[in-house]
Design a protein around this ligand. Structure first.
Ligand code: 4AD
Ligand code: MG
Length: 479
């Protein structure tokens, strides 16, 4: 299919020399009017293309600039220079696309991540983002492989929905009604009958409810798609549009759910370690350099690779919410009033400072917290016999905080209906969902993994806006 060229990665991987090859890519640097560092995105390594003096005329040489796209044909030979094993001794070089060096914003030097975020359409061409997005790809592939190999069915749940799966109400509205006020009826109410779907609709916050329907037929399903939250969270951990993976498993309880989540996370990390080692080594180096600019006490104890290996080789700590509250309440950190939100009573929602204390200071490893107070969790979680807690589980990761949220589901119709009433969830709108509890209900459980938070964890990047190609967050929907 790609007989016109060979990928640079393929050429660099083999030890073969003395054969004819064509490469195509974008110029990183051009030295001494002879040495082109060429990158085609297949790897962070560049191919050194040598244009011997006299091969090209002066006007063509001037067009070999950083960012230009070129095609080079020649012989692959052992490199005489340091830094690369092989190089391409060009017999022909063609400029496919010029790049005005006065205007191209990427220079062969280190740019700040903030600057690169402003030119997100070009940042794929940097080493850092090349590595990040190849790793993101590998993780996505590993996710499908993990579930496929275990017989899960990939279910495509709707993006546009009339229900609020989390009951949290932080949704983007989808409408074709005019914004000029003419969509209102005599009483000043919006007339959704005239809207495209004839009812009020939103972008989905989660595919879980539909996944539960799938699990009641296929036994094991998963979703992997974009989800949307209109929460006004301007943090390095939140996006308005993010990707979520949501497995849902019939006949599973909370323990099965935790085991699946832990196996799953370890599997995809291992896949990236085995298949993207070069990119991860690069990102580890990048992180180590970034850490150097921090004060000693804020630096992380482990490098990126060490951290990933540590996660692979250790069990996630499992404890209940109640046990976690005790640890937090008794901690010196709390007693010295170092938490912004003091931990005084059972029932509080954990803030990310609390989650990070547990993971980074107390246990120093990923933690699974279970059995949260029902008041701070969604309506669909299975109610425990104590009448106070639900069979929830959150996985907290070092440096990230919550990475997974899940639960065993309330499969008992009466108890589910009662909880929905208490929480003012309109049951008429969820009749289709309630049918799973009417016809062949069974124990089941599932969870949601925030894909970008997972990519953050594996790449060691620190801002979630740097691990999705075109981030959406409050006041920003560029590109
Ligand atoms: O905890 P959440 O809200 O759980 C659900 O949506 C369930 N329906 C999942 C399920 O049981 N099937 O979200 C799940 C995960 C979080 O743990 C977090 O990793 C991620 O999604 N997440 C976000 N990631 C980026 N930006 C946001 N605004 C996020 N909100 C949640
Ligand atoms: Mg959650």
């Amino acid at each position: 299919m790609f007989s016109k060229r060979t990928k640079i990665k393929i050429l660099l991987q083999s030890d073969k020399t003395d054969f004819e090859a064509t490469v195509m890519g974008w110029v990183k640097t051009f030295r001494n009017n002879q040495f082109i560092a060429l990158n085609d995105g297949s790897t962070n390594q560049n191919m050194q293309v040598v244009a011997e003096l006299g091969l090209l005329d002066e006007p063509t040489l001037k067009r070999i600039t950083t960012g230009a796209c070129i095609k080079a044909t020649g012989k692959i030979i052992p490199s005489l220079g340091k830094g690369q094993k092989i190089e391409l001794k060009a017999t022909a070089i063609e400029i496919l696309g010029d790049s005005d060096p006065e205007k191209f914003p990427l220079q062969p030097k280190k740019h700040s991540l903030e600057f690169l975020r402003e030119i997100a359409h070009l940042r794929f061409r940097t080493n850092t983002f090349g590595a990040v997005f190849r790793v993101r790809h590998a993780l996505a592939f590993a996710i499908h492989k993990f579930f496929h190999d275990r017989g899960f069915v990939y279910l495509h749940t709707p993006i546009i929905t009339a229900s609020d799966a989390e009951g949290a109400g932080e949704m983007f509205r989808v409408t074709t009604l005019p914004l000029d006020g003419t969509a209102k009826d005599k009483n000043g109410e919006i007339n959704f009958k005239d809207d495209f779907f004839g009812r009020s609709t939103n972008l989905t916050v989660s595919g879980q409810l539909e996944a539960e329907l799938g699990a009641m037929a296929f036994s094991e399903v998963y979703t992997f798609g974009p989800t949307f939250r209109a929460e006004n969270s301007n943090t390095a951990r939140h996006l308005a549009e993010f990707w979520m993976i949501e497995p849902e498993v019939a006949f599973a309880d909370l323990d099965d759910n935790m085991n699946l989540a832990e196996d799953f996370i370890k599997y995809i990390i291992r896949f990236a370690m085995e298949n993207n080692r070069e990119d991860l080594d690069f990102l580890a180096q990048r992180l180590a350099e970034e850490e150097k600019s921090k004060p000693q006490n804020e630096r992380s104890e482990m490098g990126l690779i060490e951290k990933l290996e540590f996660v692979l080789n250790n069990h996630f700590e499992r404890l209940t919410y109640t046990e976690a509250i005790d640890i937090l309440r008794e901690s010196n950190h709390n007693k010295k009033k170092k938490f912004q939100y003091p931990v005084d009573a059972w029932g509080i929602d954990l803030q990310s400072e609390h989650e990070r204390y547990l993971v980074e200071k107390h246990f120093k490893k990923p933690v699974i917290l279970t059995n949260y107070p029902k008041e701070i969790k969604a309506f669909y979680m299975r109610q425990n016999d104590d009448g106070k807690t639900v069979a929830a589980m959150d996985i907290l990761a070092p440096g990230i905080g919550e990475i997974v949220g899940g639960s065993q589901r309330e499969e008992r119709y009466d108890l589910l209906m009662k909880r929905m009433e208490e929480m003012n969830i309109p049951s008429e709108e969820l009749n289709w969902y309630l049918d799973t509890r009417r016809f062949g209900a069974c124990q089941h459980a599932g969870f949601g993994l925030g894909f970008e938070r997972m990519v953050l964890f594996v790449t060691g990047m620190t801002n979630i806006r740097d691990v999705i190609p075109f981030p959406r967050y409050p006041k920003s929907a560029n590109f």
